[in-house]
Design a protein around this ligand. Structure first.
Ligand code: HEM
Length: 487
């Protein structure tokens, strides 16, 4: 045999063996995997790419819902990740003392003892007493929003509530975290490009969280798709904005206000008695900007989106508001939380909006602890990721009758407390949202004020489009606005 023929035969053998390997390895990975009995698409079982692609398209939750419709309650959405759309799993995974740990992707820490330490010095900032004290500091921002709406009425122009609720939420969280608003409502602009920065960062970190850990640091060098590179740049610029605001607040020792920063600046490490390092305070404050801005603004936008399309519901809410806040109001009037908190229809509608369209819609990831756990009747071995998609629970037909319908009345009937166990927009257990009372106060006050003073009408009749980063966000909410007559 000539040398040429031998070489050809060898190359052909190599290529056949490689092809076999490429075909066989994934089949073996699927067949021998510890989670092999759980369903999911073939590609999701061998690599996280399908999930990353959906995160990249900013529609992770929608895709996961589709996967559940196709495969059932348990779905492997990545080789090591099982999504579980069973209400029983909520407490089994997220409840107290379950041993499931958080993947350190979203808010900063995974370690339970560090988390408990942080919670200790952050929680007092959200006590009922402290929130009551802070309430008056929210009012000027809400008044600025009202002034803008009055301007729109005078000029007979529609406006994008999505944008303005964002301005409001950022100014309020700026006021709470750093002692002064970012100034969005006053200028009517996002001079820091903060909104875009946080949106981009959310989308990118959401996608990055599913890449193998070793790959993540290199994503900033990937220039074929600038998505990752831009998102990581956004993270850096968010830190710069936070650092500048923190520096300003630290110099201002004159304020006696009990905002979040005052708690962080005075907090002491329970073990050493030392004050917290600046780096930790800054990281904490940034997590509040991220966690406490888009979430409240998107929820208020969803409320506006639904209620401005349903004039009957809007009229009923107005009747309730008029009874609670009768007569003409001063130009800087803002609804109090004390009264708004008791308005049954307003509260039920806000709850229903958060059920139907939760901003934190996706399943929050947790790692199965040592020894593995039985979740919703199925054993999952240790070390794998599990999550329960909030949106799937909120749309579960066994819990909510007619789940696709916006029906505030479902919260007003006597046995509504059964539903409350499965209402988890703020998550549940030890890692649940620490800012939920703050958020509820901000949203109720704002919505009570604007729906008492104005009438809104959505400018489009087609469904709203949304994008999902950390949170699901409607991308526009243009409304026409008119003044309510003061009776
Ligand atoms: C409608 C508004 C809000 C929603 C839907 C919401 C939702 C959530 C959810 C689902 C989590 C759990 C995340 C996880 O387990 O991975 C969370 C955590 C958190 N939220 Fe909120 N949130 C809202 C408003 C706020 C506000 C206003 C603040 C701050 C003022 C805030 C600060 C935080 C922080 C710091 C955490 C981390 C808590 C921890 O790890 O202990 N959130 N939020």
């Amino acid at each position: 045999m000539s040398l040429k023929m031998t070489l050809t035969a060898f190359l052909s053998w190599v290529s056949t063996s490689l092809s076999m390997l490429i075909l066989i390895v994934p089949v073996l990975v699927v067949a021998l995997h510890p989670l092999r009995r759980l369903p999911g698409s073939f590609w999701s079982k061998i690599c996280p790419l399908p999930l990353i692609i959906q995160c990249r398209k900013a529609r992770r939750s929608a895709w996961i819902l589709e996967q559940h419709e196709k495969h059932g309650v348990f779905v492997r959405i990545a080789p090591d990740h099982v999504s579980i759309a069973d209400p029983q799993a909520l407490n089994q995974i997220y409840g107290h003392k379950t041993g499931f740990l958080k993947e350190p992707v979203l808010f900063n820490t995974r370690d339970m003892s560090i988390h408990q330490r942080k919670r200790k010095y952050v929680s007092p900032a959200f006590s009922a007493r402290n929130l009551q004290d802070f309430e008056e500091h929210m009012n000027p921002s809400i008044t600025r929003l009202v002034q803008y709406m009055q301007k729109c009425v005078t000029e007979s122009k529609s406006f994008d509530f999505c944008r303005w609720s964002n301005f409001l939420a950022f100014d309020v969280i700026g006021e709470y975290s750093f002692g002064s608003p970012f100034g969005f409502l006053e200028s009517g602009r996002d001079d820091y490009n903060l909104i875009h920065t946080i949106d981009t960062r959310g989308e990118v970190l959401n996608a990055m969280g599913h890449l193998p850990r070793w790959m993540r640091p290199y994503m900033k060098y990937v220039r074929i798709d600038p998505f990752f590179y831009k998102g990581l740049r956004s993270t850096a610029s968010l830190e710069a904005i936070g650092r500048a605001a923190f520096g300003k607040r630290k110099e201002d020792t004159s304020t006696a206000r009990k905002d979040l920063m005052s708690f962080l600046l005075n907090a002491k490490d329970p073990d050493t008695g030392d004050r917290l390092p600046d780096k930790e305070i800054l990281a904490e404050a940034i997590s509040f900007i991220v966690g406490g801005s888009d979430t409240t603004s998107s929820t208020m936008t969803n409320f506006m989106d639904f209620v401005s399309r349903d004039q009957k519901l809007q009229a009923d809410i107005y009747t309730e508001l008029l009874e609670a806040f009768p007569g003409s109001q001063d130009s800087d009037w803002v609804a109090s939380e004390e009264v708004s908190g008791k308005l049954r229809l307003l509260n039920a509608t806000l709850k229903e909006v958060m059920r139907l369209r939760p901003t934190s819609s996706t399943g929050l990831e947790r790692v199965v602890p040592e020894g593995g756990r039985v979740v919703a009747g199925t054993f999952i071995p240790a070390g794998f990721l599990v999550s329960v998609p909030t949106v799937a629970i909120h749309h579960n037909t066994q819990i909510y009758r007619n789940p696709e319908k916006l029906d505030p009345q479902r919260w007003l009937v006597e046995d509504a407390s059964d539903l409350t166990n499965y209402f988890v927009p703020f998550s549940t257990g030890p890692r649940a949202c620490v800012g939920r009372n703050f958020a509820w106060m901000e949203m109720l006050k704002t919505l009570a004020t604007i729906f008492r003073l104005f009438q809104f009408e959505r400018t489009i009749s087609v469904p709203s489009e949304s994008r999902e980063g950390f949170f699901v966000k409607v991308i526009e909410c243009n409304v026409r606005v008119g003044l309510r007559a003061s009776k």
